[in-house]
Design a protein around this ligand. Structure first.
Ligand code: APR
Length: 248
């Protein structure tokens, strides 16, 4: 499928997607870091994806946390501080508006920044967890924690165990209930919009294919072509905060 580069020639593409969305009974969205880029949140594989010369793949792992929980918490403190005064952008708000209009709406996100909830979305499946939640490595208790910075290393008030970010790290399995909710939404949706993801990390990378195979009309909104571009019905190249408000 050739990509559509949004310009004045592409109003027919926008119109077509708007018409489809206006009659869709069930819509599922999948978002990645690109939807938060215009809020100032660095993407993972963009040029600002490094911290102290570490890549996310080297820090967001159980092995890294076991080896050096303080270093990993310092990385998360940097990310929490970056996120603490960041606001949703027009792409987040557009999806929240769409949710109010569609009978059956599910937003699946790979992002852990909490911006979809802050932007008004409600039926959210956080595939990779949430940076504003911590989980005890001892008793497993999960709590909201918005301390910026969080005292490191943080310990559980209930059992004294070491707290970790409630985030799915590389090499860890996604919770079964989260995955089954996501696949249920993908199997029944009439339209799927994939926004701001490089389509590299599984299982999210295969979700466009799952929806397409189940009969959905799949649209991709991204700054560049991705492995999903060959699977979806339409790829609209551009910034999510500009394009989603046009579509919705
Ligand atoms: N609008 C639309 N797309 C954008 C924008 C924007 N303003 N800015 C960047 N993008 C696109 C990039 O072109 C890229 O294809 O968003 C995508 C971001 O890709 P990644 O940085 O790989 O982020 P993501 O796909 O969410 O990564 C998936 O990998 O590191 C793990 O767990 C982490 O959830 C993350 C997962």
């Amino acid at each position: 499928m050739c990509p559509y580069f949004l310009n004045h020639m592409d109003n027919n593409v926008i119109e077509d997607v708007r018409n489809r969305l206006s009659v869709a009974s069930s819509v599922t969205i999948l978002t990645g870091a690109g939807i938060s880029a215009e809020s100032g949140v660095p993407t993972f594989r963009g040029e600002d994806g490094l911290w102290r010369n570490y890549r996310a793949e080297e820090l967001a792992t159980p092995q890294a946390f076991k080896r050096d929980p303080v270093l990993v918490w310092e990385w998360y403190n940097m990310r929490r501080e970056r996120l603490s005064d960041i606001e949703p952008n027009q792409a987040h708000y557009a999806l929240a508006r769409l949710e109010k209009r569609v009978g059956d709406f599910t937003l699946i996100t790979q992002n852990v920044d909490g911006l979809h909830e802050k932007g008004g979305s409600r039926n959210i499946i956080e595939l990779h967890g949430n940076i504003w939640r911590v989980r005890c490595t001892g008793c497993g208790g999960i709590k909201e924690n918005h301390d910026v910075p969080i005292d490191i290393p943080p310990y559980c008030m209930d059992c004294g165990g070491l707290l970790r970010p409630h985030i799915v790290w590389f090499g860890e399995m996604l919770p079964d209930d989260v995955l089954s909710s996501a696949y249920s939404a993908l199997e029944i949706c009439k339209i799927m919009i994939v926004v701001g993801t490089s389509g590299i990390v599984q299982p999210a990378a295969s979700m466009a294919y799952t929806a397409k195979r189940a009969g959905a009309y799949v649209i991709e909104v991204n700054l560049e072509m991705t492995p999903n571009s060959g699977i979806v019905d339409r790829t609209i190249i551009g910034k999510a905060a500009e394009i989603l408000p046009l579509l919705i």
